[in-house]
Ligand binder design. Structure first.
Ligand code: NAP
Length: 251
């Protein structure tokens, strides 16, 4: 059997949440492996600045600003993707929202906001974009390790990520006849703007001590798993969620 390698040259990828943290690292890594990446996030200024920096490394599809919690934003993104005239081989859903709150304080509005960005948006985008995906394509969702162990003040967020993992298994089965693989990565604590508030209290040494590897995750730690799942190198992994949490869940 030929060794496929991690080469994504000429493949088209769409990454949401691409202006920051894990999505940005995924965009950089996929571009580095030769993929043409369309980078998507809400804040056009921040996204454009990051896309222009990443594009110097070879991205040709550029960026598209859209609020993925809004149906119009999703429709315009799908139209933009269709305008490229390209097939879509890699779809990476990184855009996410985490609004921590105690159970008495979390509002249903907050729950619905997180549901919309974390579940409805990737569901609707997958639904609209899958017709552009040829055999051999890969869809990667970002879940969270909170699905695999309880975390205080994260009940609403955990519910959305649990839904993501259930959706991944169902989609993997449904899309298998079309030879499209669907997987997820469930990161532990990764040093991005999303968790800056959690780290502000000086509890990083204790949180790092909970891992087996002795440190918090970096966005690149997750991007490398996404790249593996995006490439034929992981061709025998389907319907899975890979936990990348530095070993927190082991002991
Ligand atoms: N960091 C962690 O410890 C951790 C752990 C487990 C799972 N995760 C998951 O990993 C994913 C990436 O998180 P991150 O840590 O990289 O967060 P981040 O640095 O805050 O980045 C979030 C990205 O999502 C975009 N975004 C948010 N709402 C959006 C919307 N309505 N429409 C379009 N784009 C939107 C943001 O850009 P704009 O604000 O410009 O839209 C940004 O590019 C999320 O799904 C998160 O739940 C993170």
């Amino acid at each position: 059997m030929a060794w496929p390698g991690l080469d994504l040259a000429g493949r088209c990828a769409l990454v949401t949440g691409a202006s920051s943290g894990i999505g940005l690292a995924c965009s950089e890594a996929l571009t580095g492996l030769g993929a043409d990446v369309l980078m998507v996030a809400r804040d056009a200024g921040r996204l454009q600045a990051q896309a222009e920096r990443v594009q110097e490394a070879g991205t040709r599809l550029g960026w598209h600003a859209a609020d993925l919690s809004m149906p119009d934003g999703r429709t315009e993104l799908v139209a933009r993707m269709e305008q490229t005239g390209r097939e879509l081989e890699v779809l990476v859903h990184c855009a996410g929202l985490f609004e921590p709150a105690a159970i008495e304080d979390v509002t249903l509005e907050s729950f619905r906001r997180q549901l919309e960005v974390n579940v409805v948006a990737p569901f609707a985008l997958t639904q609209s974009l899958v017709s552009l995906m040829p055999e051999g394509s890969s869809i990667v969702f970002i879940s969270s390790a909170v699905v695999h162990y309880g975390v205080s003040q994260a009940s609403a967020y955990s519910a959305t990520k649990g839904a993501v993992e259930a959706m991944v298994r169902a989609l993997a089965v449904e899309l298998a006849p079309r030879r499209i693989r669907v997987n997820a990565v469930a990161p532990g604590l990764v040093r991005t703007p999303m968790i800056a508030g959690w780290l502000a209290g000086g509890n990083e040494p204790q949180l790092a001590g909970n891992t087996l590897v002795g440190r918090l995750g970096e966005a690149q730690d997750i991007a490398s798993v996404v790249c593996l799942l995006s490439s034929p190198m992981s061709g025998y992994i389907d319907g899975e969620t890979i936990v990348a949490d530095g070993g927190v869940s082991v002991p």
